[in-house]
Design a protein around this ligand. Structure first.
Ligand code: PGA
Length: 265
């Protein structure tokens, strides 16, 4: 795992977008795994800027989003499809047919989940997966107790997640109780993973996920088993890491001697 502690949210977002930019320059038809939530908004803003000002090309890119609330149609302002359209897709030149977000209104959820997994395989697998981390340590909606081998499926949200996400709805009662989510096993198959976290409220869970034991109680800890993960934090989210000094030292050495290796574990 590579852990990079940035001074602030803006630098965290720029670094993440820069890694995605590099990936698209090397492989213009990359398959990107994308995340929703507050954390990646700055990364998407920077990708939009790179597209508009530097011509970063998304015309061959294929995307798969991690999750979607059950029961919310793509037109619902709190659906993740709507979020992605507003924050990224409508500002870049990705063909609509290349976009995949789990369909919250699928008639048969089980069939849909199997189809979604098959689409990822048919696209050649995910090159880079972007992730946030929930207050309960989840990646995507893999709540505590999710099998570390899990696949795309229906998941019941924890009360903490419902509380955390209530800020986007008029009240907690409106937050859906279920979501369709890629599994931990699905996520671990991505070739590279970027985990982002920002803010004090994430400091303790980030430390558990990175430096604690691998456990299904903190599904982000499963990333410790992946061979190419970069964790990019702002200073607040990195505040409880025991080895923060070492991570900073590693980053300084890499910047000086092997900058091309930044973003690689
Ligand atoms: P956030 O959500 O980016 O809004 O903090 C992260 C998550 O729940 O995965």
């Amino acid at each position: 795992m590579e852990v990079i502690i940035c001074d602030n949210y803006e630098n965290m977002s720029k670094l993440a977008a820069g890694i995605i930019r590099q990936q698209l320059l090397i492989k213009p038809n990359s398959v990107l795994g994308l995340a929703t939530g507050s954390t990646p908004i700055g990364t998407y803003k920077e990708l939009v800027r790179l597209h508009k000002e530097e011509g970063l090309d998304f015309s061959q890119v294929v995307t798969f989003n991690l999750d979607e609330y059950l029961g919310l149609p793509p037109s619902h302002p709190q659906s993740y499809r709507y979020f992605m359209d507003q924050n990224l897709f409508k500002h870049i030149n990705i063909p609509p047919g290349n976009i995949h977000v789990p369909y919250g209104h699928a008639e048969s959820v089980m069939e849909f989940c199997a189809w979604y997994e098959a689409q990822i395989v048919a696209a050649g697998g995910i090159d880079i997966q972007l992730l946030g981390i929930g207050g309960d340590g989840h990646i995507a909606f893999n709540e505590p107790g999710s099998s570390l081998g899990s696949r795309t499926r229906l998941k019941t949200l924890t009360e903490q997640t419902i509380k955390d996400n209530a800020r986007f709805f008029s009240n907690a009662d409106e937050v859906p109780r279920f979501a369709i989510t890629m599994g931990v096993g699905t996520i671990l198959e991505a070739r590279r993973i970027i985990l982002l976290a920002s803010g004090r409220s994430k400091a303790a869970i980030v430390a558990e996920a990175i430096e604690g034991p691998i456990t299904s109680q903190v599904t982000a800890s499963a990333l410790q088993m992946h061979r190419d993960v970069v964790v990019i934090l702002d200073a607040d989210a990195g505040a409880k890491l025991k080895r923060a000094d070492y991570y900073r030292w590693v980053y300084e050495q890499k910047k000086r001697l092997v900058p091309q290796m930044i973003g690689h574990a």
